[in-house]
Ligand binder design. Sequence first.
Ligand code: SPD
Length: 458
Amino acid sequence: MQALGRHILVEYFDCRNELLNDVPYIEQSMVAAARKADATVINSTFHHFSPFGVSGVVVIQESHLAIHTWPEYGYAAVDLFTCGDTVDPWIAYNELKRLLEAGSGSSIEMLRGQLGLIPGTRQEMEAHREDHAVQLGKPANGYSPGEQATSLAPKYSRNVWFTERSENTAHSFRHTGKQLYREQSPFQLVEVYDTYAWGKTLTLDRMVMTTEKDEFIYHEMIAHVGLFSHPNPKRVLVIGGGDGGAVREILRHEGLEKVVMVEIDEKVIEASKLHLPAISSAFDHPKLELIVGDGIAYVEESMDDAFDLVLVDSTDPVGPGEGLFTERFYRHVHRILRPGGIQITQSESPHYAPALFREIYACYRQVFGNEHVHCYLAHIPTYPSGMWSFSWAMKGEGHPFNGLDRNRIDAFCRQHGLKYYNADIHQGAFCLPTFTREMVENDPKVEATAAASELTAS
Ligand code: SPD
C-alpha cells in the first residue's frame, strides 16, 4: 500500500433506532466489527448523550474505529481507520451494517499519509521502529496478527459503564462489558450486568433493582421488620419481588404457614434464576406459591382478612410498578389484611423523589389512619442517593417496635447469619432525620404532576 493508512468515512441510514441509543450494544458491535476484521482491540470508551445518542471509539493496534449515532434519525456516522495490510476495514463495514440493522450505507475511502505526498522518513525514528519490531519478533514494517502472542503485546482493557439516569443526576457502575441477560419483556427491559464493584446486577428499564453485594440490606429490611413486629404471622403475600430475595428472607420464619408471591414479569424470575442463584434460592420452597400474574388484580380479587402481612416489593413507580402506587391498590391491601395485619412497602428515597415520597405517605395515612403509619430507613449504596425508605402500616392498633422480643431476634439473626438486620437496627431504623419526619407527617403541598414527573427515566 502506498500510504500509511486507509480511512473509510461511513454513513449508515435507516438503522434500528433503539439500537443506536443503547451504549453497551453499540460498544459490543464496534468491538465485534473490529475483531471480525482481524484487528487487535486495545481499549474502548463509549458515552451516552441524554436523551439520545452514543459516541465512542475503539482503539485498535492498527488505529481506530469511531462512531456517533443519532437514534432519532436512525443514522450513524462511522470512521474506520486502519494502518498496515493485516486488517480489511471493509469487513468491519459490513459487520457493522449488519449489527446496526442498517437499511443502507454509503462510504468514501481516503488514503491517509500517501507516501508520494509526505517528505522522507526521519532515519533515527525509522531505526527505532525497526529495533522495537525485532524485540516483538515481527516484521519491521508490519502490524503482525501474531503480535498478541508476545509478552510485550498490549493488554485489552475495557471501560464500559451502566448508568442509571434521572432527569438531573446519574449513578454509574463499571462492568465487564459482557451482558449476561437482556430481554425486552412485555413489561420492561430486563438486564443483568456483571459489575466490578457490586457483582451481578439486575436492572429493569435501566434502573438498578438488586446487586449481589448489597441485596442483603434491602431484602433483610423489607422482610424481617414486618415479620418481627407481628405477634404471630401465618400468611404472607408478596407483590413483586421477582428476583426472589424477599421470599428467601421471609421463608426463614418457620412459623409461617404460607407465602404467596405474585410477580408480573416471568423474565425477571428467569434472569434471577439464571444469574442470581443466591438471591433466587427459595423459589422451590414448599410453603411458597409463586404466581406469575398481575399483583393488582390478585389483591383486588383476594378475600377480606386473608393475610397477616402484605409486602410490596415493587419497582420504582414508572412502568409496571406504577399501579402499585395508587390509593385504590392500598385500600384493597388494607381490606385483605387481617386485623392487626401489617403492610410493608418499599417507599423510595426522600432525597430522590421528595414530592412522590410525600404523596405515598399521605396516601398510606388516608388508608390506614395517621397513627398507624411509620417510615423506616436503610442505607442501600446502589440505589439513588443511598438513603432508602420502607413504610410500615398496621390495620388497627399496634407499634413497629414496642414490645419487640430482642432475644428472639438476636437468636434468629445469628442462626441465619443476617448481615444488616438486628434488634437495634429494627428500632433505630425508625429514627428519622427531621426533614424526612416532616415529609412523612405533613400533607403534601405539591401538585400530583410534580410527583409523577420526578421519576420519569430519561
Ligand atoms: N430504585 C430501586 C427500587 C428498587 C425496589 N425494588 C427492588 C427489588 C428488589 N427485590
